[in-house]
Design a protein around this ligand. Structure first.
Ligand code: AMP
Length: 436
């Protein structure tokens, strides 16, 4: 154990790539979360909260052994007591599916779920890419039809519209079914084998494990080879094509523009049929806002009954960053009133009075001194003003002695004062609400 010496304790700082969200910023987060909850309610999606720590094997099997996440980015550790291999979740789709299997959530039909919470990936931190970041995700479990693929894309679109986000585009692709992907995979390997001398180390490593991933290489030198590679779309049979058509036409009918990106393969192993991403060009290299798709095989991979499913994950930091860069301001919430307490002897009366106001929905910030003494009226008024409150509630010694308090306007009609009996303060609260 490290010995703590009170005199020269070293300042501790947050872990690299993991950020504090301070009050100035958290108002924006709360506004986003509130909008999310409203949209989810309108689409009839229910909230699910799963643990941040899961068995490592959940991600090895679910996310996929050959993915960057599992090979390089997981925070994995051994439980000290029983040696269990555990991991801080790098994404939440496997966790939600694990919970759905464990609690038999889809026994009486499908479930539409959403979550918000931190994910952990050991990536190189930069703007828009963190080691702890927050994802909002939706997972629609137990629905086979393409209309649900379309619906969750429409949900994301509705959310962005309500947030007032501009210039976000939707890219789609279809990964078909296992047989179609296998035929494409063989063709891809044969094709890339002709260009072995051009392939970089990453591509060579992926050639026989996950050649599809070579298609989303970031290496500009490989762009041309990749561009001419056989595309999965050419291997899709009539059923897969018809499915994909239904998704596209539903989006078009609802006025959501989309483009096809045949190189969109998504980094995770479990996708089939529809895959999609939402992008912006306004955040530099970290322009992906949402990634998602259909993952009909995941339940079985994790030991459950075959269950169709589709979902997406959204990077909340990136959405907030984009909102900010597009000039959206989130106003910090201000209290309705600030309680000025010139003498500590009044505290019990004050707290009791504030309790009644708060029960009536009035938000009140009570003055609290930084040190044991009572701050002067002047400094309390200064604080009241800085808090942004519309009213000061003055609990002066004389007023309290006569069972009263003074309400002073700090904003409109500045300076106007009214005296209220303490036991009739709820009348003031009602009046306040009627003008709010
Ligand atoms: P993924 O699960 O990789 O498809 O990611 C879904 C979304 O989460 C992405 O489109 C990003 O918006 C966001 N995201 C992924 N990784 C990070 C990260 N390291 N930092 C911040 N956001 C991320």
């Amino acid at each position: 154990m490290e010995k703590l010496s009170p005199q020269k304790a070293e300042k501790l700082v947050a872990v690299k790539g993991m950020n504090d969200i301070l009050p100035d910023e958290s108002a924006r987060w709360e506004a986003l979360e509130q909008t999310v909850r409203g949209v989810m309610r309108r689409f009839a999606f229910e909230n699910i909260r799963t643990p941040v720590v899961e068995q490592t094997s959940l991600f090895v099997r679910g996310t996929g052994q050959t993915t960057d996440i599992v090979m390089k980015e997981m925070y994995s550790f051994e439980d000290r007591l029983n040696g269990e291999a555990l991991t801080l979740r790098p994404e939440n789709t496997p966790g939600v599916v694990r919970a759905a299997i464990e609690h038999n959530l889809t026994y009486d039909g499908g479930k539409r779920l959403y979550y918000m919470g931190p994910m952990f990936r050991h990536e190189r931190p930069q703007r828009g890419r963190y080691r702890q970041f927050y994802q909002l995700g939706v997972e629609a479990l137990g629905f086979e039809g393409p209309e649900v693929d379309a619906e969750i894309i429409l949900l994301a679109h509705a959310l962005f519209k309500e947030l007032g986000l501009k210039n976000v585009r939707v890219e789609l692709n279809s990964l078909g079914v296992t047989g179609e992907r296998a035929a494409h995979r063989t063709a891809l390997i044969q094709y890339f084998e002709q260009f072995m001398d051009l392939l970089d180390d990453d591509a060579k490593k992926r050639l026989y494990t996950n050649p599809l991933r070579i298609l989303d290489t970031k290496n500009p030198a490989l762009k041309e080879v990749v561009h001419n590679a056989p595309m999965l779309t050419a291997f899709l049979g009539p059923e897969s094509l018809a499915r994909f058509e239904s998704v596209k036409s539903a989006l078009t009918a609802c006025g959501v523009p989309w483009t096809i990106n045949p190189l969109l393969v998504r980094g995770l192993d479990y996708y089939s049929h529809t895959v999609f991403e939402f992008y912006t060009d306004e955040l530099g290299a970290q322009g992906a806002l949402i990634g998602g798709g259909r993952y009909d095989g995941l339940f079985e991979l994790l030991g459950g009954k075959s269950t169709p499913a589709v979902g997406w994950g959204l990077g909340m930091e990136r959405v907030l960053e984009l909102l900010k860069s597009q000039g959206q301001v989130a106003s910090k919430p201000v209290p309705d009133a600030y309680a000025i307490v010139p003498d500590a002897s009044a505290l019990t009366t004050v707290l009791h009075c504030l309790q009644q106001l708060r029960e009536q929905g009035v938000s009140v910030q009570m003055h609290a001194s930084a040190n044991a003494g009572t701050a002067s009226m002047k400094s309390q008024f200064k604080k009241a003003d800085a808090s942004g409150a519309r009213y000061a509630l003055i609990f002066g010694v004389d007023e309290i002695a006569s069972g009263q308090l003074t309400v002073k306007s700090l904003r409109d009609g500045i300076g106007a004062q009214t005296v209220y009996p303490l036991n009739a303060i709820s009348q003031w609260a009602l009046k306040l609400q009627s003008v709010a």
